[in-house]
Design a protein around this ligand. Structure first.
Ligand code: SF4
Length: 119
């Protein structure tokens, strides 16, 4: 079991999750690959399921693979596949500069953009 960074991270790429991860298993792909969105990824085989990252994400983009919203289900496989497609040297765990925190309206608008509606 692992936590997963969903497409709701795309182009937001806030690094709050990276800063709290105790095992440095949250990565940014640093080589161009049009197959993957501009977002962070969690290496599923390295995640220790501590759950520290999800509440830190200001974009609410991180979910557990066992309770993934339907609209983000594809991201479970994507977080795994990116580490099969690329060697570790193609990634970094060094945090990018911290971005400005989004407003509540921006978070909701971003989630709706990906089809996520709270029940
Ligand atoms: Fe890192 Fe814990 Fe989040 Fe897994 S659950 S990515 S170990 S902070």
């Amino acid at each position: 079991m692992a936590w997963v960074i969903t497409r709701a991270c795309s182009d937001c790429v806030d690094v709050s999750c990276v800063l709290v991860c105790p095992v440095d298993c949250i990565y940014e792909l640093v080589v161009p690959d049009p197959k993957y969105r501009n977002q962070l990824f969690i290496a599923p085989d390295e995640c220790i399921d501590c759950a520290l990252c999800a509440p830190e994400c200001p974009w609410e983009a991180i979910y557990h693979d066992q309770s993934m919203p339907d609209v983000f289900l594809e991201d479970v496989a994507i977080n795994r596949q990116v580490f099969h497609d690329h060697p570790k040297r193609d990634f970094t765990t060094v945090p990018l500069p911290q971005t400005a925190l989004p407003t509540r309206e921006e978070v909701e608008a971003n989630l709706r953009k990906w089809g996520f509606e709270r029940s």
